[in-house]
Design a protein around this ligand. Structure first.
Ligand code: ZN
Length: 336
């Protein structure tokens, strides 16, 4: 049980075991690109650098690196209002994603409204304009392929900016914290999450184990198919929102996919083990030494292309031209 849970924890929160280190020697393409970029002192934690970016890198769209160690070129903003969604917490400026993810969120919003009895989506954090690590929250959400969607439905009016900052999502959990509250959880939630998990471009959806259990138990009400359940992965938290993770778009050459989830619907032992873990989290055997906080990621630990993503600024006269792709940057990992 521990292994499954630990592995899942690793996969959501941590970067894979490779380390990328930009080399001083860069490819001719990268040298040419750097001539067109603004030289900046890019030091300190990467979260400060990416957290300060207010606009996307004017480059062709590309998800670069891994969900928890990467960045995003050519991001698209999810409109703050759509026919079937409203973006929340606008002050965070995290409603940016790879254009394919934005299209998927918009499609989910419309289809869920039309077919699932779901009034519309409240969309939480996606990514920063240039992706990358964030100043607060989220180990992942770095490459523009992760989106948090509230489990609270959109109201039938346009929320004010203040409401979008202050409105609280509603937890799906009952008082035992181990099952959903049947007065809050509905068949529409099942249909909504089933729809998202059924899109081929969606690789995983993270939900609280109690929600996974409710989906396992309620799947039959949304049709005979159970294949989608395997993509719905139990995880800590995630009872106010569900987290949609897309796979790497084929044309994002330096995007790194996760291994596919284990086969099966995950409804038996896996969800039971998770619920036991939530009921009785393991206690450290002896008083643990205060853990040394992990040093924050630096730019050098991200793929080399992320420096280009940070440095590239729009050239006013080039606005009409098609955005160029991110030049490949040679890294130690790429040479192996
Ligand atoms: Zn998330």
């Amino acid at each position: 049980m521990r292994t499954t849970v630990a592995l899942a924890a690793f996969v959501l929160a941590a970067a894979p075991g490779w380390r990328l280190q930009a080399q001083t020697a860069s490819t001719p393409a990268a040298e040419k690109a750097s001539a067109a970029t603004t030289a900046k002192a890019l030091t300190g934690p990467a979260k400060n650098l990416f957290g300060a970016a207010k606009a996307p890198a004017p480059l062709a769209a590309e998800a670069i690196g891994f969900y928890a160690r990467g960045c995003l070129a050519g991001a698209k903003m999810l409109a703050t209002d759509g026919p079937a969604w409203q973006a929340m917490r606008l002050s965070r400026n995290r409603n940016w994603g790879h254009p394919r993810l934005i299209a998927t969120v918009e499609r989910l919003a419309g289809e869920a409204q039309e077919h699932d009895g779901w009034p519309g989506l409240l969309v939480g954090d996606i990514s920063q304009p240039r992706g990358g690590p964030m100043l607060t929250g989220h180990a992942s959400h770095q490459v523009g392929l992760d989106a948090d969607i509230w489990l609270t439905a959109m109201p039938d009016r346009r929320l004010t900016g203040k409401e979008r900052e202050e409105l609280s999502a509603i937890s799906m959990l009952g008082p035992d914290k181990l099952s959903v509250d049947p007065s809050i959880w509905t068949d529409s939630h099942v249909r909504l999450i089933k729809r998202a998990a059924s899109y081929p471009e969606v690789d995983r959806i993270f939900v609280h184990p109690a929600i996974k259990k409710a989906l396992c138990d309620g799947a039959a009400k949304a049709g005979p198919d159970r294949g989608w359940l395997g993509k719905v992965r139990p995880y800590w938290g995630h009872h106010y929102h569900f987290h949609v993770r897309m796979g790497c778009p084929r044309d994002s050459a330096s995007c790194r996919d996760q291994p596919p989830p284990p086969s099966g619907d995950g409804c038996g032992k896996e969800v039971a083990d998770w619920l036991s873990l939530i009921a009785a989290p393991p206690k450290p055997a002896k008083p643990a030494k205060p853990a040394r906080p992990k040093p924050p990621l630096t730019l050098a630990q991200l793929p080399g292309e992320c420096r280009v993503v940070l440095e590239t600024e729009a050239e006013p006269e080039a606005e009409a031209a098609a955005p160029r792709p991110v030049p490949a940057v040679r890294t130690k990992a790429a040479q192996q």
